[in-house]
Design a binder for this molecule. Structure first.
Ligand code: TMP
Length: 204
């Protein structure tokens, strides 16, 4: 039985999730809590290799079903190797993205279908469901503009795709208000962090 807590920070590209996840992890560490800050795709040597394939702009011919299987493969490895054992030890996990991203990017925006992705996700996650998923909401134009590095394969997709992604996240949150909370990624880093902590403190 999992006894730890599992918090996911997700949202459109450039929403600021890695900055916020880092600050949240530091906050927990100051409180002497055992915390792991992970990212998806990634977080294990195998998953990081899969990440490189997925995000390499040279792989522009990659199809959506291929994406789907690779994101799920990266996740399956991370869950078995890191997430499941850490939760069993009572740790707090903060994860940048999780199944919610596949539901939105491949299932909704990529037209695979939400239900199919959710069902497949059960294999990769062993039915581990985050205690809380925070969606940092941002307009795709603003998010993509914030990125300082060269655009990766996903960021290079057209704006219409990224608009569907944003809508998808908001829809997912509306349908599951007890598990998903939306915070506008607007204002200072500190004020957004304050809102995240207020939500997280309710479950820790
Ligand atoms: P990021 O974590 O640096 O934002 O990069 C990951 C990219 O991969 C981002 O564009 C979202 C995308 N993605 C999916 O399309 N499906 C997924 O399941 C995950 C985890 C990420």
């Amino acid at each position: 039985m999992a006894t730890g807590k599992f918090i996911v920070i997700d949202g459109p590209d450039g929403c600021g999730k890695s900055t916020q996840a880092k600050l949240l992890a530091e906050y927990f560490k100051r409180k002497h809590l055992k915390v792991l800050n992970l990212r998806e795709p990634g977080g294990t040597p195998i998953s990081e290799k899969i990440r490189r394939i997925l995000l390499d702009p040279a792989n522009s011919r990659m199809t959506v079903p291929t994406e789907l299987f690779l994101y799920m493969a990266s996740r399956a490895q991370l869950v078995d190797e890191v997430i499941k054992p850490a939760l069993a030890k009572g740790k707090i996990i903060i994860c940048g993205r999780f199944l919610s991203s596949t539901i939105v990017y491949q299932g909704i925006a990529g037209n695979i279908g939400k239900k199919l992705v959710e069902d497949m996700g059960k294999i990769a996650t062993h039915n581990i469901i985050p205690d809380l998923t925070i969606i940092l909401d941002i307009k795709p134009e603003d998010g993509l503009r914030r990125k300082k590095t060269r655009p990766d394969r996903m960021e290079k997709k057209e704006l219409a795709f990224h608009r569907k992604v944003r809508k998808g996240f908001l829809k997912l949150a509306m349908e599951n208000p007890s598990k998903y909370k939306v915070i506008p990624s607007f204002g200072s880093i500190e004020s957004i962090q304050g809102k995240i902590r207020a939500l997280v403190e309710r479950i820790i």
